[in-house]
Design a protein around this ligand. Structure first.
Ligand code: CMP
Length: 138
């Protein structure tokens, strides 16, 4: 089932990443997001691949694996795919749905514009980026 724009705005408002956005900002975010359904077991991001999208998990569950080892499990409201877009490097992990999931997708150009225009989102993405830095970064 596709989310209509109003329903999308309601979902977005409940997602911590967008928690400080005004109604107008949420409408802009809704306008640049595409909702996809990810079947259990499907791969959303492949380690080593080029990056074009940022993802926000509406509901469901994904696991993050680096070199085959599980390093994180993400759930409703979490986001992923920001690292390669921000650092202009290949994907540093594989992200796979571990349950039927609904995901919002934002393409790279819109993601960068979103960060530039909405500092509250940029700060949250920055924080996650710092927390998720791979050990090889040190
Ligand atoms: P990216 O490198 O674009 O693609 C793989 C994604 O996995 C990465 O962005 C992050 O969003 C996510 N990721 C990588 N490491 C972690 C981690 N330690 N905890 C949570 N998510 C991670």
């Amino acid at each position: 089932m596709r989310l209509r724009k109003n329903a999308k705005v309601a979902y977005l408002r409940a997602i911590p990443l967008f928690g400080h956005c005004s109604k107008r900002e949420l409408e802009q975010v809704a306008g640049i997001t595409t909702e996809i359904a990810a079947a259990e077991g499907s791969t959303l991001i492949e380690q080593g691949a080029a990056a074009r999208e940022f993802f926000v998990l509406i509901d469901g569950s994904v696991e993050v694996r680096r070199n085959g080892r599980r390093i994180a499990v993400l759930g409703s409201g979490d986001f992923f795919g920001e690292m390669a877009l921000l650092t202009n490097t290949p994907r540093n992990a594989t992200v796979r749905a571990t349950a039927p999931s609904r995901v919002l997708v934002i393409v790279d150009r819109d993601f960068h514009r979103l960060l530039t225009e909405t500092p509250s989102i940029a700060v949250k993405v920055l924080r996650a980026l710092a927390e998720r830095l791979p050990p090889t970064a040190f």
